[in-house]
Design a protein. Structure first.
Ligand SMILES: *Cc1c(COP(=O)(O)O)cnc(C)c1O
Length: 422
């Protein structure tokens, strides 16, 4: 089936082509619940696979170190203009290769090795690049970390303020990878102002919700907005840094020549297309549908006896706490995978288990919403999750296989964007 879709690839390298074809089938047939993943449109896929790949473009539009930039400059300038319009910022840099290098560029722009930086602790839902120990950001800088309250699962803004005033960090990061609730950017801004810190909103997970008006925007509150382009924003794998004019030079210099060489122009093109798509009324509907689906799924999971970190969700993401069940996160995640439901195991705040074998499962609704599933399907999804966890506890492989057949059936009725088959 995919031979006709990628004829040159099949002719040149059938082995590799067969892996891609198998991945297309997997993505079409499974219920993908990893909250950082999505399905890009066919248009984004096409833009990302163009001859822009062939061009070196160190520098920025109008000031490059290589000739022949007539078209590349237009592509990058278009992506930049669209980012500025969509997120309401003075300046956008669309060159970072991914979210982690984007964040590293922020350190390079504003801090010196050894400086104190502050972010949410990884096991509480933060990201590695917010100063966590095993990351370069935690070994080259002095990371201090905040978390959530044990009783509510919500960010403890009083504790954030106390820590910020005690440590006076150069940088404060807000945002994370496992935060099911709305981030109060204004509260962080007040704290950063008091502490004299540069505030960075890392909205990698929620950029699409912000673009679609389903989560408040950090643009008016923070110094820098960092985001990936491939999660809820539904673009190619990449990242952007956005800021007010006063920080534009520092950010640009940090990305190139500070950290990177030539930008990935084919990705820039894909980002431009994704930003265009995200500016359409249909994307507003999409973003709100993602949240409505997550709320409905959370409610259905609570009804089925699951504990959820913070008791539910405001966004696209749900963190299931299996501490009270017989099944830890990893075993549940692997059983769900066998049932055709793709999730990731994750720590929960104050997890009694180890990070590589934690108590949580992290799920989200961006991908299933891209396929057109709606709130009416969420009780069924919750049922599948409950039955799979149950089957994992009992070691019932037949039950998992039965669920997988049901999942495949439903997915066939909701073709995924960008995929040749359903
Ligand atoms: C995903 C993510 C990143 C890193 O993005 P990569 O593209 O995987 O490097 C950084 N910060 C947050 C909050 C993220 O969710």
């Amino acid at each position: 089936m995919s031979a006709s879709r990628h004829p040159a690839l099949f002719a040149t390298d059938p082995e590799l082509a067969s892996f891609v074809a198998a991945e297309e089938v997997l993505q079409a047939q499974t219920l993908r619940l990893i909250p950082s993943e999505n399905y890009v449109s066919a248009a984004v896929l096409e833009a990302s696979g163009t001859v822009l790949q062939n061009k070196y473009s160190e520098g920025y539009p109008g000031r490059r170190y290589y000739e022949g930039q007539q078209n590349i400059d237009r592509v990058e300038a278009l992506a930049v203009e669209r980012a500025k319009g969509l997120f309401g910022v003075d300046h956008a840099n669309v060159q970072p290769y991914s979210g982690s290098p984007a964040n590293l560029a922020v350190y390079l722009a504003f801090a010196k090795p050894g400086d104190t930086v502050m972010g949410m602790a990884l096991p509480m839902g933060g990201h590695l690049t917010h100063g966590w120990g095993v990351s370069a950001t935690g070994s080259w800088f002095r990371g201090v970390q905040y978390g959530v309250r044990a009783d509510t699962g919500l960010i403890d803004y009083d504790a954030v303020r106390d820590l910020a005033l005690a440590e006076r960090p150069k940088l404060i990061f807000c945002g994370g990878t496992a935060l099911p609730r709305t981030i109060d950017f204004a509260a962080f801004a007040e704290i950063a102002r008091e502490a004299g810190s540069i505030l960075v909103a890392d909205v990698a997970h929620i950029a699409g919700l912000i673009a679609g008006g389903a989560h408040p925007s950090p643009a008016d509150h923070v110094d820098v907005v960092s985001t990936t382009t491939h999660k809820t924003l539904r673009g190619p794998r990449g990242a952007m840094l956005m800021c007010r004019e006063e920080h534009a030079k520092a950010i640009d210099k940090a990305v190139f020549p500070g950290l990177q060489g030539g930008p990935h122009n084919q990705t820039t093109a894909g980002i431009a297309v994704a930003l265009h798509e995200a500016a359409q009324p249909s994307f507003v509907s999409y973003a709100h549908a993602v949240v409505a689906n997550a709320r409905a799924l959370a409610a259905a999971l609570l009804q089925r006896g699951f504990d959820l970190v913070s008791g539910g969700t405001d966004n696209h993401l749900i963190l299931i706490d299996l501490t009270g069940k017989d099944v830890p996160g990893k075993i549940a995640a692997k059983a769900l995978d066998r049932a055709g439901i793709v999730v990731n195991y994750n720590t929960v705040p104050f997890d009694p288990r180890k990070p590589f074998d934690p108590s949580g499962v992290r799920i989200g609704t961006p991908s299933l919403t891209s396929r057109g599933l709606s709130t009416e399907h969420m009780p069924l999804v919750a049922d599948w999750i409950a039955r799979s966890v149950d089957a994992a506890a009992k070691g019932d492989e037949q039950a998992l296989a039965a669920i997988r057949a049901e999942v495949t059936d439903l997915m066939a009725a909701f073709p995924a964007p960008g995929l040749p088959l359903s």
